[in-house]
Design a binder for this molecule. Structure first.
Ligand SMILES: [Zn+2]
Length: 253
């Protein structure tokens, strides 16, 4: 039987202990594969991605323990959707949690990936197999049969997207929560903020077109226009970036 070498720790690994990665490398199941989250998919990951995720998880767990679990912060954590995705508006950070049990329920602890709220650009409802809502016969809530929120993050090494299980929570509630964080309010009753952003975007675009015609400073105007359109679509992230930077300045690796 062909033995392989673990590309991370260098251990000799027999067939049963081999985990092949998407790029053809092997890692050991015994140690290195266990340093990833359970829903990390090694089959489609490169060695670089696995290593980035391991680093993300180790650092994230430290950040969770140091910053999120501090008393005044912990009390105000929000769990949009359902468990296992925790948001701290104070820190400007959010965490994907994975529970582990040392000894029955008493030894419960979490591993965590930590993300900047500012980098969250997608939180979409994912169609999937029938969720718990259908099994429980609660068909009156049309969101219930869709079981998860697919989260996507910008500028993130390691696991840059994941699924947050919704359970019986309606998706609309979680979506509204995130939309509000970023000032993206699409219902007519709350048009204020978005409307202002859209006007800025339209004005900037119009200006960019004018300058392109006249040929002066077109590049700077174009960038400004693109940024304004981003703000209209994704909301203004300036405040969230500042919060995350302030929080991370207190973190001691
Ligand atoms: Zn290994």
């Amino acid at each position: 039987m062909a033995t392989q070498t673990c590309a991370i720790c260098g251990a000799e690994i027999n067939l049963l202990q081999q985990q092949q990665l998407g790029d053809g490398n092997y890692i050991c199941r015994k140690v290195c594969a266990k340093r990833t989250m359970k829903d990390f998919d090694p089959f489609h990951a490169t060695l670089h991605e696995v290593q980035a995720h391991i680093k993300q998880l180790e650092e994230g767990t430290k950040i969770w323990n140091q910053l999120f679990k501090a008393k005044p912060i912990k009390k105000k954590l929000k769990y949009p959707g359902r468990g296992y995705v925790a948001v701290s508006e104070e820190l400007g950070l959010m965490a994907k949690l994975e529970p582990h049990y040392k000894f029955f329920i008493f030894g419960k602890y979490y591993l965590a990936n930590v993300y900047r709220i500012a980098d969250l650009y997608g939180y979409e409802l994912e169609k999937g197999p029938a969720g718990i809502g259908d099994l429980m016969g609660r068909k009156s809530n049309k969101d219930v049969k869709y079981p998860s929120i697919h989260y996507y993050f910008w500028d993130t090494e390691g696991m840059a997207d994941f699924h947050g299980y919704l359970g019986t929570q309606p998706y609309t509630k979680a979506k509204k929560y995130y939309d509000t964080l970023f000032g993206i309010q699409k219902t007519l009753g709350n048009i204020g903020n978005t409307w202002k952003n859209q006007m800025t975007a339209i004005k900037a675009t119009a200006n960019a077109i004018k300058t392109t015609v006249s040929g002066e400073g077109a590049e700077a105007e174009g960038t400004e226009a693109a940024e304004a359109i981003d703000r209209a679509m994704y909301g203004d992230r300036t405040e969230w970036i500042a919060k995350a930077e302030a929080a991370m300045a207190k973190y001691q690796p």
